[in-house]
Write a protein that binds this ligand. Sequence first.
Ligand code: PLP
Ligand code: COI
Length: 346
Amino acid sequence: MSTLDWNSLGFNYRKTNTVLTTVYRDGKWSPVKSQNEDKINLTVCSPSYHYGMSCFEGLKAFRGKDGKVRIFRADENAARMKSSCDFLGLPCPTEEMFTEMCIQAVKENLDFLPPYGHNASLYIRPIIITTDPSVNLVPQTDGIMFMVFTFPVGTYSGGQVLQTIKTVVGRDFDRAAPHGSGRFKVCGNYAGAMFAEREAVRMGYGDVLFLDPATHTYIDEFSSANFLGIKGNDYITPLSDSILPSITNKSLCQIAEDIGMNVVRKKFTLDEIEEFDEVGECGTAAVITPVSVVDDKPTLRSNTITKSYAFGKNGECGPVCRKLYKHLTGIQFGLIQDIHDWCIVL
Ligand code: PLP
Ligand code: COI
């Protein structure tokens, strides 16, 4: 077992024991190779570098109070990777292959799976890139590499669990185009959000809240997480075809229903959040990161705040986000019965 300080991991890559790779050529995937080296030899002309021909996933493994290791909803990540690959015109591993490689990656890196009790987990990053040289904008069908690597993580924000963040609306920026790639986990979306994200961080915010790119009227999502709002007994989350279908959000909707809340998926404007009791970000990395402030400005980089929406008492996480967080992580750490069979228990 590694001797890392499990309480202060944050969300940073660190090399672990092994990386798994396989390459698709002539209609089949090569036998999975497990290597200690975390570097790969790649042509200068990979369309992944040039044209963003790549997609990825993010999921987590947890060490439970009972000592068992659980991987959360790998089938959902496999299905989402398939939709990203279909969008890019790339071959994709089957659900079975995706899941088996995630399991193998976790087993080979158990030294880095944090012990129970530190609110930490092993992040699993499956990624697809293209390895044959090409400068032509044509779908790649050969030399497709699927890799899975892992690293231990704590909170995405680097702060304490359920520590709130302040956010700003990206009035004059979009993370994805209308009818574009927003609902797929393709690498280019992250590059597209990076400028707005960097400017927001420079101004002291934790994240950018993007509006729907077609009309800039409705709330879409954050740069790396979905939006959730709590109003009375309602769990409210945007309906949009330009946001990533978050597996965490899907799970939280189910949990909200299980605990007797109403789940509302709808289009809603920024004005409407004034009546929300709580707001949060949700995602694999973010889990639930409660939001204390959403600032609206004429433009993202403007010094004028048109309207500031505040949530929670004294900038602290509200009770419903806390309850949902405890329930979700309770299932992941084996404290709450996994009634929907979400976890693969190793
Ligand atoms: N939205 C974006 C843009 C993301 O990058 C992520 C992270 O994966 C999410 C939402 C949350 O999705 P999930 O809960 O499946 O991790
Ligand atoms: C995740 O939450 O798993 C993601 O992929 C988001 C990423 C920006 C860390």
